[in-house]
Design a protein around this ligand. Structure first.
Ligand code: NAD
Length: 492
């Protein structure tokens, strides 16, 4: 093993748990370099972790909120102290530029702090004295939560679940994605260390571990972020034991550029480019289809390409000048390329964007030159599918109604954005089917952890962030004390 390769283990009952098998995680910038090894846990390991979390729930649910908050705040401080090291590890295993990894950890900390600041108020019992006595509405912990997370934002999409679940008195077994398992494991180790053994457990592995985590009768809630197809398997696996579920799934987010968008506003144009290409386009809420009013289409495309060429600098995630790193894995790069090739084969024009800072490195890693696809049809795979990579189609629309129809013509409904004069944009936004619609910004640039986030249609069920993101880890428990009368229709 090379000196800078790291090994992580599962965590069960507060102890590092050695798996029989380990899997290497490569560096997408230099695929011959191994960043570290994650365990490949078995179904038996997973059952062990679930049993421990189930046993621990009995005592943990009785702990005080103040105690839970104090522990979480200590973990927050330790994550802050270790951010430089964790961010480097994330960039090495993931491929995202260092500023992007630091940003992901920053947003994670923002949310953890919000959850600590607000959990007491959100979980406060509501007591109503009324004409027939008294009713207490309590928010109880649910039980053992299984958290299953994807590779694109491994730390923020894990902490988005860990913080509210633990603060609300649940225990957890978390499974990160094998495609970015290392940095998030560092974060989980830090948090788990601050809590009693068994409160936060972690296993690694593939679909067999996922299936156990979604079908085991001791799991009370599933918190999943990942693809829509995987979620369909999860819903089936969970059906026999009726579990709570938060599902944060794929998106094919539309950006609508209205006739009154100022194409000479360089800042807005840069924001739109970032909405398409941050993290090499591998974000659930990236703007994946751009629709532009036909009256400004040609001038818009010209200015957009100019802005994209300025902002996009492809290269080594550790180079300060780089804005876009490689794609996380070869399979994803091939998939994105297949969508671009399909569009080109059907006659679309593919325009290469940005600058490649190091051609030799570009050829070594899973790099793709960002592209814009012009002349694609609404029904082409590049428009219909979630491409999840550095390419975006730009299509014209006839009028606002047409734009709304095109945006809503999708099985997905995660986020969306409208660009133009504020009042006009808000009017259009009201008609879009999405969990969030941003005005003159998009993707993580417009994210605010204080407000609920999630999808409609096949983009998901439930919400994370905001007060809803804490309540999602509770069950409503009504304690009713009727004093004077029963329902009148029951005979004496
Ligand atoms: P994925 O669905 O392939 O994997 C997600 C997780 O599920 C991984 O940990 C994987 O090992 C696990 N898994 C695989 N098969 C399973 C099974 N049968 N049962 C249980 N777990 C199983 O997704 P991915 O490729 O890691 O992530 C990309 C997808 O995630 C994209 O579609 C993206 O839009 C979506 N995503 C959504 C959000 C959101 O908030 N809505 C955020 C980020 C990513």
């Amino acid at each position: 093993m090379a000196e800078n390769e790291i090994i992580i283990d599962a965590i069960i009952n507060g102890e590092k748990y050695k798996a029989e098998k380990q899997e290497a995680r490569e560096n997408p910038t230099h695929p011959n370099e191994i960043v570290g090894y994650a365990p490949v846990n078995t179904v038996e390991d997973t059952i062990k972790a679930i049993d421990v979390a189930h046993e621990t729930f009995i005592t943990w649910r009785e702990s005080s909120i103040d105690d839970r908050v104090e522990r979480m705040r200590r973990a927050i401080q330790k994550i802050k102290d270790n951010t430089p090291e964790i961010a480097k590890l994330l960039s090495r295993e993931h491929g995202k530029a260092l500023y992007d990894s630091e940003g992901e950890i920053g947003v994670s900390l923002m949310w953890m702090e919000y959850a600590c600041d607000n959990v007491k108020e959100v979980l406060k019992n509501e007591v109503q004295e009324h004409d027939n006595g008294k009713t207490i509405i309590a928010k109880d912990a649910i039980g053992v939560v299984s958290a299953i997370t994807p590779w694109n934002y491994p730390i923020s999409l894990s902490t988005i679940k860990i913080a509210p679940a633990l603060l609300a008195g649940n225990t957890m077994v978390l499974k990160p994605s094998p495609l970015a398992p290392l940095a998030v494991s560092r974060v989980v180790e830090i948090i788990a260390d601050e809590f009693p053994p068994g409160v936060l457990n972690m296993v690694h592995g593939e679909a067999d571990v996922g299936v156990e985590l979604t079908s085991n009768p001791k799991i009370a809630k599933i918190a999943f972020t990942g693809g829509t197809e995987t979620a369909k398997h999860i819903m089936k696996a969970a059906a026999d034991t009726i579990k709570h579920m938060t599902l944060e799934l794929g998106g094919n987010d539309a950006a609508i550029v209205l006739s009154d968008f100022d194409i000479n506003d360089a800042r807005a144009m840069r924001r739109l480019v970032i909405s398409n290409f941050l993290t090499a386009g591998q974000i659930c809420m990236i703007a994946k289809r751009v629709y532009v009013d036909q009256s400004i289409y040609d001038q818009f495309v010209e200015k957009y390409i100019e802005a994209a060429n300025k902002w996009i600098k492809v290269g080594d995630p550790f180079d300060d000048n780089v804005t876009v790193g490689p794609v996380n894995n070869q399979k994803q790069a091939e998939y994105v390329q297949s969508l671009v090739d399909d569009a080109a084969g059907k006659g679309a024009k593919i325009v290469k964007l940005g600058t490649i800072l190091d051609q030799e490195l570009f050829e070594e890693g899973y790099f793709m030159q960002p592209t814009v696809v012009l002349g694609a049809d609404q029904n082409d795979p590049i428009v219909v599918e979630e491409q999840f990579g550095p390419t975006v189609p730009i299509l014209p629309f006839e009028n606002d109604q047409h734009a709304i129809e095109l945006a809503n013509d999708s099985i997905f409904g995660l986020t969306s954005s409208v660009w133009g004069k504020e009042e006009h944009a808000i009017d259009v936004a009201k008609h879009i089917q999405a969990g969030t619609t941003m005005i003159n910004t998009a993707a993580v640039q417009g994210l605010d952890v204080r407000f609920p986030f999630g999808g409609v249609k096949q983009s998901g069920i439930g919400r994370e962030y905001g007060k809803e993101g804490i309540l999602a880890y509770t069950d409503t428990h009504v304690i009713n004390v009727p004093k004077n009368r029963d329902l009148p229709y029951i005979p004496e």
